[in-house]
Design a binder for this molecule. Structure first.
Ligand code: WTA
Length: 572
């Protein structure tokens, strides 16, 4: 996949229109090495092929631990360790198509595991280490995970639920201080048992390489499947949108437990042989600016919440650091406020490029190109090869400046393959003939720029993380004091939204701050830590439909002091 993926930079809107007209994914497809009879596998394209050329000794990964230790790996080293891991997993009995959970903090083993698992044709499911034991269990039961790669402390966390997880065959533990039992084995031993000559398995374009769990407005998390062919769009956009070049040093701040962290935190830059930086620790303005300086980050992909936190940390801090190598900043995950774009102009000296896409879309869809005139607050335009629009309920495109559903014509290369054992959920996205319905509301302006308005469902976005209100409500009512609960996203200046819960207590319980704390802590063990309600209000009744569904939109309108709208379905 050397060199010639079509137009790297779109200089102006005319070029853009031409690129859109002339674009064919097949031309990108040809750039990959499989077209010369190579192996069809994301891991081959990301790692192996570099290890067999001059990039063998190029740094692939700087992995910085929470204590600021640096571990460096070349493409050759990642290729070797991941091959040994793939081979070791096979020796343990892992097979093509098995689901392998990677439940780790952002350490180098996480990156190596992702590559190793996909090399042997299994499906990786990276799980954010903030997930609690019940959340882990739900996901493991859903897809019948057979192997788990984890660390000693995360193993301790899931130990209490393991009895229920009969599909799990082996738990592979990274680190020395692991207490080993029947089911556990050391990561290092698995790697040591493997063969570095392991041949990456060639897959079909529509074979899945990953399952990403994400939240919808109802029910349990959905396992979104992506296929090896997603690499076509991931690689193309790595060039076109992230503008990655051979000599870039790239930092994507997303955790590989999320789609941004795999598509653009690991795979996309590595397809292009770009050096990546990964940081295990939490957000801290000084630490982050220092990383940008110290590693000479040139291209940076981050999220609005992080940018708002940097903005709040003050403009003076920026002056302490030399950010002169930085040349391109992109953002994803939630609406990027115009104010933040303007702050970027003024303080970082860069225009922040917003990108819109979803777990389900697998790669960039509507974006601001490197050279495109940016309208602060807009998500940009559909990338070449993607036809997106704003439509009404019947799939008719609505006129400019009119609110509607953000929709995409199905068939882009990185479109999800399906949802694990949940065809009805999958079909819901295609309920409007001819379109994939994203769940977002938007409008287009006269120049074809897309503007985000909100969600058409109840999905909450807090600090860029997707939270389903139903999951939180379900977790809440498992607490003995809770009779019923309604959960909404409440606008928040820093986090975009926060989770707010309205809780009805069972008879005999008194609402108190202590009880709030107890319920909150309880929810934290059930869900991911970020999904707990940051605000809780005890109420004596909840608005419900006659069929008993909690009307979250009424709760939200009341909370925001807005008109509650049509109440004809409200009970009483
Ligand atoms: C929201 C993240 C506004 C949106 C890659 C979408 C955005 C959901 C943007 C997907 C953006 C993502 N502007 N909203 N640039 N990017 N969103 O699956 O509601 O975690 O549907 O994927 O995040 O979130 P997900």
């Amino acid at each position: 996949m050397e060199g010639t993926i079509p137009p790297r930079k779109i200089g102006n809107l005319e070029d853009y229109e031409t690129a859109c007209k002339e674009f064919a994914w097949a031309s990108v497809d040809k750039e990959f090495s499989w077209s010369e009879g190579g192996v069809y596998n994301v891991a081959h394209e990301a790692i192996d092929r570099h290890a067999s050329n001059w990039r063998r000794n190029k740094i692939a990964l700087y992995s910085i631990t929470a204590n600021n230790e640096v571990r460096k790996y070349t493409f050759g080293e990642i290729a070797e360790i991941s091959s040994k891991l793939a081979s070791g997993l096979t020796k343990l009995g892992a097979e093509i198509g098995d689901r392998v959970f990677i439940y780790l903090d952002r350490t180098s083993e996480l990156y190596i595991s992702l590559i190793g698992v996909t090399k042997m044709g299994a499906m990786a499911s990276p799980l954010f280490s903030a997930l609690g034991p019940e959340a882990f269990k739900d996901r493991a039961l859903d897809c019948g995970a057979k192997y788990v790669i984890t660390s000693p402390y995360l193993y301790k966390r899931i130990e209490p639920v393991l009895d229920d997880l009969v599909d799990i065959e082996k738990i592979i533990i990274v680190g020395d201080n692991a207490d080993l039992g029947d089911i556990t084995v050391k990561f290092d031993d698995v790697v040591a048992s493997g063969d570095s000559c392991f041949k990456t398995v060639s897959m079909q374009p529509s074979d899945p390489y990953v399952i990403h769990y994400t939240s919808g407005s109802t029910g349990k998390p959905k396992g979104v499947l992506h296929g090896h062919k997603a690499m076509i769009q991931q690689a193309y956009t790595a060039k076109m949108i992230l503008d990655l070049n051979e000599d870039d040093t790239y930092w994507c701040t997303a955790d590989p437990g999320w789609v941004t962290g795999t598509s653009y935190g690991v795979l996309a830059p590595w397809y292009l042989g770009v050096t990546i930086v990964s940081y295990e620790g939490r957000f801290d303005a000084d630490v982050w600016y220092n990383l940008l300086e110290k590693y000479g980050i040139t291209v940076w992909y981050t999220a609005p919440t992080a940018l708002r936190m940097l903005m709040n940390a003050g403009d003076e801090i920026v002056e302490k650091y030399d950010l002169s190598r930085l040349r391109h900043i992109c953002s994803v995950g939630e609406p990027l406020n115009a104010e933040v774009v303007k702050w970027g102009d003024r303080v970082l000296n860069h225009r922040i490029h917003d990108t819109w896409w979803q777990t389900e879309t697998g790669a960039h869809m509507v974006c601001n190109y490197p050279c495109m005139p940016i309208k602060p607050g807009s998500m940009g335009k559909p990338i070449p090869g993607v036809t997106a629009s704003v439509v009404d309920e019947n799939g008719n495109e609505v006129p400019p400046k009119t609110e509607g559903y953000l929709a995409v014509r199905p068939g882009w290369p990185s479109m999800m393959l399906g949802i694990w054992r949940n065809t009805p959920k999958f079909k819901e996205y295609f309920r409007v003939p001819g379109w994939y319905i994203s769940g977002d509301l938007a409008f287009k302006d006269e120049d074809g720029y897309f503007w985000f308005l909100g969600r058409s469902d109840d999905v909450i976005k807090t600090s860029g993380e997707r939270v389903g209100p139903f999951e939180v409500e379900s977790a809440l009512i498992e607490h003995p004091a809770v009779a019923e609960a309604g959960v909404i996203g409440k606008p928040d200046a820093l986090r975009g939204e926060i989770v707010k819960a309205f809780v009805m207590l069972r008879p005999g319980y008194e609402g108190s701050d202590e009880l709030k704390k107890e319920i909150t802590n309880f929810v934290k063990t059930r869900l991911a830590y970020y999904a707990y309600p940051r605000e809780m209000e005890f109420v004596t009744t909840l608005p419900k439909t006659r069929s008993g569904k909690i009307m979250r939109r009424v709760l939200k309108a009341q909370e925001l002091g807005q008109p509650v709208g049509d109440l004809s379905t409200l009970e009483d």
